[in-house]
Design a protein around this ligand. Structure first.
Ligand code: ZN
Length: 256
């Protein structure tokens, strides 16, 4: 089981998809619930609101100045969790309230819902070195205004680590965490103070090397520079350098 907080969303998915053609959703929900949780009708049908614990990430020496980058990083995780839960519940063809908020054709909504449900399912397996990387981050990054190329660049980072194709690949890689942590790092870079000190991005921009769960901040910054017009504009404004050149490296992408 992926964790206590996931039971409510899988119970909600199990109840939502009770029609013909929804078996894939029910199967994914069932493998994440105990037999008792499947039977438990008292559990409210509610999304997981979650919580963020900051104290372990704020050092005494940095003090209050360290809060903002940590908050931005953690809000990135909150954003992906909320999006995935909402999308997982948004696949029923005949649910008019969902159709109003979604803007997608019913068939596309159903596919996005399935990708989000697979993302939720993959939480139980994030440290499996062979994990099939969940495709839902393509939906996520495009929904928050980034490019498909940026999402593909982050997938490539995770896949290269999985295949040990990079210099000094990390032992004990958790590919699922790797993709999710790149969300936290990118949010900190996209929203934080780029003119600040190295520790204005969390984890620290300069001295944070990759570990089993986090890509290097510089790798995520590179993906943003190559693929995010918004980030390039922020960098231009922060450092007064105009991008009058074409970036030479063609970042390859992984298609879902
Ligand atoms: Zn994180």
């Amino acid at each position: 089981m992926p964790g206590e907080g996931y039971a409510a969303i899988f119970q909600a998915i199990h109840r939502e998809y009770d029609s013909e053609g929804s078996q894939a959703f029910r199967r994914l929900a069932e493998r994440n619930l105990t037999s008792q949780e499947l039977l438990d009708e008292k559990t409210p049908e509610a999304l997981n609101s979650g919580n963020i614990v900051l104290s372990s990430y704020i050092s005494k020496s940095v003090g209050i100045a360290g809060i903002e980058p940590v908050m931005l990083h953690e809000l990135g995780h909150a954003c992906s969790m909320i999006r995935m839960q909402n999308w997982a519940m948004d696949g029923q063809k005949n649910n008019p309230s969902h159709a109003l908020t979604s803007g997608l054709a019913p068939a596309e909504r159903m596919l996005r819902a399935l990708r989000a449900t697979k993302w939720l399912d993959s939480a139980r397996d994030r440290c499996n070195p062979e994990l099939e990387l969940p495709e839902a981050y393509f939906d996520f990054w495009q929904a928050v205004g980034e490019t498909r190329g940026f999402a593909g660049c982050l997938y490539q980072l995770a896949a290269d680590n999985q295949k040990q194709l990079i210099d000094r690949a990390c032992p004990g890689l958790c590919p699922g965490h790797y993709l999710e942590e790149s969300v936290g790092i990118a949010f900190s870079l996209l929203l934080g103070d780029l003119k600040g000190q190295a520790d204005s991005v969390f984890p620290n921009t300069c001295d944070h090397v990759r570990d089993g769960q986090h890509p290097m901040v510089s790798d995520v910054a590179d993906c943003l520079m190559q693929n995010s017009p918004r980030f390039r504009a922020r960098m231009g404004a922060a450092y007064h350098c105009q991008a009058k050149f074409t970036l030479p490296r063609n970042v390859s992408t992984v298609s879902p």
